[in-house]
Each structure stands twice: as structure tokens, then as C-alpha cells.
Write a protein that binds this ligand. Structure first.
Ligand SMILES: Cc1cc2nc3c(=O)[nH]c(=O)nc-3n(C[C@H](O)[C@H](O)[C@H](O)COP(=O)(O)OP(=O)(O)OC[C@H]3O[C@@H](n4cnc5c(N)ncnc54)[C@H](O)[C@@H]3O)c2cc1C
Ligand code: FES
Length: 244
């Protein structure tokens, strides 16, 4: 983990309030695991605490993020332009353990929760069936098509792909493991579906974070094996271990 000033190569709108940010480091970065994140902050102190944003893709010395503008931090980040600098601390968190993801894998994302799942799908090497759930507007599905075995798009209003909730379309018994990121209500429904069919379920929790480094205990999650920090011990947890 390093605190690095990095140069912005791209910070562009994908759709509505969804942006893609690509940053370049001028020094070598450690290998990044899918599911890890960076704490991002503008250098002008226009907001105090850095914001956690997942790695959407990574190459030798560039990292891509996909983020939704929510409040002050992401609003300031989306104003940054090419060639400006941004503070990036990372890579942080446990990430997904690829050794545990063998056999047939379903990758299930809801809304901006799809962000960390692209890099994971890429690392799974054309092996994963990807399910992407959106309220209405669809984005980034074509990126997943480059790396997935199959991609199923589901919208709540049926304006694109299949109609309904992403959870309506997963046959859990077809998979050895399911990996998910998105709204907690969606992830817990998926966890229940997995439990009923005795399938492992890994979820990436997007809890509010202050330090992102394991120091403030602001992101504590109760588990069967004691309290864990979402930023340091997570954000990826085996769902059956969680007590939430
Ligand atoms: C490990 C991790 C990875 C994440 N990866 C991504 C990502 O790849 N792309 C992305 O768009 N977002 C991601 N998030 C969520 C992102 O960190 C928050 O949206 C961001 O911190 C909001 O900051 P803000 O200053 O813009 O909004 P604020 O002004 O701080 O808050 C605006 C609104 O967003 C809500 N909010 C703030 N933080 C979170 C959070 N962690 N989860 C849910 N709601 C929140 C607040 O309750 C409030 O309603 C991630 C969060 C975590 C913990
Ligand atoms: S955010 Fe400080 S311990 Fe997790």
C-alpha cells in the first residue's frame, strides 16, 4: 500500500452521473487483486476524508475506476481534468481470492456495484456468467462482454435486457460459487439463494469508511468469528460468516 500522487489520463462521463477515471502512477505499483480499492482525494482539500473507490481495471501502471457521483467527494473528483493530479492510497482491502473461485462462477452486480466486478471477470478468464442489474439505464455491459462467458442484463423497468430484478434470473444450483456487489438488499437475497442450494457466496460490502486503513474501526462488521473491519479484513466476505 502506498500514498501516491497520480496523473489523470481520463475522467469522463459514461452516462448521467456515472464517470470513468483512469489514473497513471509514475512509480511501480504492487500487484492489485480484484475487489481491492483505493482511497481517492483531490489535492485542493475541498473535502476532508478520502473516498473509497474500487479498482475497475488495472494494467502495469494505470488504474481505472468507475464511480457514481453521490455527494461532495465524488462531485469534486468528477471536476478533475486530464493531466491534473489526484491523491490515491492503495491498493487496499483483501480483494477476491481467485484460488477459491474454481468451477462455474456467477458474478452478480447491481447498479454501481458492477464496478469492481469487471476486473474480477477479466481475471476469471472468460469463465464467469455475469448478471448485471440496473434500475433503468444500462452502462458498461459491453466491457463485461469482452471477458465473460455470458452476460445477462436485467432492468427493473424492462427498458433493456430482461425485466425485473437480477435475483430473479440466477439458477444457483448451476454454480460452484456466486460473487456479488451492489445494494445490500440484493446481496442478502443472493446469499439466501446460495444458502438454499449449498453454494458459496462472496460479497463485497460498500460500507462508509473514514480511514480505509483499519485504524478508526468506523467500518466494523459483525461476523461469526468476531468483529471485522470492512476496509482491512474486507470488503470481501463469505456471506455465511456475516451476522448482518
Ligand atoms: C470498499 C468500497 C468500494 C467502493 N467502490 C465504489 C466504486 O467503485 N464506485 C462508486 O461509485 N462508489 C464506490 N463506493 C461508494 C463510494 O465510496 C461512495 O459513494 C462515496 O464515498 C460517496 O462520497 P461522496 O463524498 O460523493 O458522498 P457523501 O457526501 O459522503 O455522501 C452522499 C450520499 O452517499 C451515501 N454514501 C456515502 N458513502 C457510501 C458508501 N460507502 N456506500 C453507500 N452509500 C454511501 C451517503 O449516505 C449519502 O447519502 C465504494 C465504497 C466502498 C466502501
Ligand atoms: S474505515 Fe477506518 S477502520 Fe475501516
Amino acid at each position: 500500500m502506498k500514498t501516491l500522487k497520480s496523473k489523470i489520463l481520463l475522467n469522463e462521463k459514461v452516462l448521467n452521473n456515472i464517470y470513468k477515471l483512469v489514473i497513471e502512477f509514475n512509480s511501480e505499483i504492487d500487484e492489485i487483486k480484484p475487489g481491492q480499492f483505493f482511497m481517492l482525494k483531490t489535492l485542493d482539500n475541498s473535502f476532508l476524508l478520502p473516498r473509497p473507490i474500487s479498482v475497475n481495471d488495472a494494467n502495469e501502471n494505470t488504474v481505472t475506476f468507475l464511480y457514481r457521483v453521490e455527494g461532495i467527494g465524488t462531485t469534486q473528483i468528477c471536476k478533475l481534468r486530464e493531466k491534473e493530479e489526484i491523491q490515491a492510497v492503495g491498493s487496499l482491502g483483501n480483494g477476491f481470492n481467485l484460488n477459491e473461485l474454481n468451477g462455474k462462477i456467477a458474478v452478480v452486480g447491481g447498479g454501481i456495484g458492477i464496478a469492481p466486478l469487471l476486473y474480477l471477470t477479466k481475471k476469471l478468464g472468460n469463465n464467469a456468467d455475469v448478471y448485471l442489474g440496473y434500475k433503468d439505464c444500462v452502462y458498461y455491459n459491453e466491457e463485461f462482454e469482452k471477458y465473460a462467458n455470458s452476460v445477462t442484463v436485467i432492468t427493473e423497468d424492462g427498458s433493456s435486457g430482461k425485466k425485473g430484478y437480477v435475483t430473479d434470473y440466477i439458477n444457483y444450483e448451476n454454480y460452484d460459487a456466486v460473487v456479488t456487489c451492489g445494494p445490500e438488499i440484493m446481496m442478502f437475497k443472493i446469499s439466501d439463494g446460495c444458502k438454499a442450494k449449498n453454494v458459496s457466496c462472496y460479497m463485497s460490502l460498500e460500507r462508509r469508511m473514514a480511514c480505509g486503513l483499519g485504524a478508526c474501526l468506523g467500518c466494523t462488521v459483525e461476523t461469526k468469528i468476531g468483529n471485522k473491519r470492512a476496509c482491512k479484513d474486507g470488503p470481501v466476505f463469505l456471506s455465511e460468516e456475516l451476522l448482518i
